[in-house]
Write a protein that binds this ligand. Sequence first.
Ligand code: NAD
Length: 488
Amino acid sequence: MNMINPLELIQGVADRLFVNGQWVKPTSQNSLEVISPANEDVLFTYHEASTADIDLAVAAARDAFDNGEWPRLSPEERSKYLTKVADLLRERMPDLAKAWTVQVGAPIGLTQKLVGQQPQLFDYYADLAKTYPFEEERTRPDGNRTMVLREAVGVVAAITPWNAPMVLLCYKVAAALAAGCTIVAKPSPETPLEAMIMAECIEQAGLPKGVFNLVPAGREVGDYLIRHDGIDKVSFTGSTAAGKHIASVCGEKLTRFNLELGGKSAALFLEDADFAAALPSLMVYSMPITGQVCFSLTRIIVPESRKDEFIDMYVAAVANIKVGDPQDPTTLMGPLTMKRQLDRVQNYIESGKKQGANLACGGGVPANLNKGYYIEPTVFTDVTTDMAIAQEEIFGPVVSVITYKDLDDAVAKTNDTNYGLSGAIYTQDAELGYQVAKRIKSGNLSINGFVVDVTMPFGGFKQSGIGREGGVEGLDAYVEVKAIHLTS
Ligand code: NAD
């Protein structure tokens, strides 16, 4: 197995910011380390952007928006640039998969399958820009016309987490560019590589200078960015705690914001569900990327009458998951991404045991993996909805099995969470599944499987967020609506 060298993926721009169309040295001396989740070695170090660098990046994006050509190009012209970026990203898919695997610990077999969504998002918004109603004529009751315009909202601060760094950045950047916005992107300090690849592709595609700026940095510098007077919109994906803080900061100035936050999604099995048919999707989506995905199906809600049948099947399958080196193509589950994630997950496992849940499998560090942030895939049964493991986002491979008595109890238990991001309903009666889905307070639901489709709206009810990404709604997030009433 050839080991991945992360610095070979980014052609020497590792210690550079991309500001105003140039790769520049950060002015800060503050050095950040990217640690391998698989063996705890330092993969590489780089200097984070300083607040002075943020000022420069915001000024460049501001100038490109206020005075530059980008928002004034026709949607068709912007669309051509987006298509070029998509083509360049497609060529870099092997690098993007490796970057994801080496920084996050997601298995290479999985990242190679998933990276196609990244150019797909650029293709999708390139197409949508050509038909989106940027300028729409309507007739008023008095017979006169009103032009309804959808104008780019302005300079966007795009802030992304570490678990799926590139696809989450593509949702924001592709839609914001299609709308005519300019961007200052701040990726998570633990995973800067993909954003650097994106900046390289945007540079090669020839977008005007200042339209896309990249400033990898930590939380404090990010906080400076969201408070910046030059920012018109904050588009944030990350934890609910940080999202609440960002909403309050934006609220002071009425800076526009979108929040994609945490989740505690459920797989709800109705009485008639075919467990065996459901197992493949459950195995992929109950613990994807070692459970570090916002839409993971971390609560499994099953009928009391069929509890043993379900647990026997699911626990046997989970106990068979091959945990190991994420660069090995036969690995199904890699490590957690960082030490603080391992500590967090172990604390929740302890809390589950203390609160009386039954540890059906896992719970420890795999015996043969004593370096790296590995944890066994873990299933708790006899979980009640008041337990912390049933309520809080663990962000690790820890699933709670919860039972119900009847359909109303099932719906109540599924909705008994502060989150509302995703979910799945399994039943042999598709119409019943649809009716039950309508009763679940969640932004995304799949019936008999699990669908992730970037061309459809994605986002949360309740504390899982505000706004939507993906689909037409993802472009709506980057426009202001203006009505111009004509009188003749
Ligand atoms: P986090 O909130 O700690 O950080 C996310 C990003 O925000 C990072 O870039 C971080 O540096 C930055 N940040 C944090 N505080 C900030 C502040 N005050 N001002 C500006 N920037 C700030 O989250 P994380 O640990 O990186 O990611 C995990 C979380 O992300 C989980 O809760 C997960 O559910 C959520 N997530 C949600 C979605 C979604 O689409 N709903 C997708 C992936 C991850």
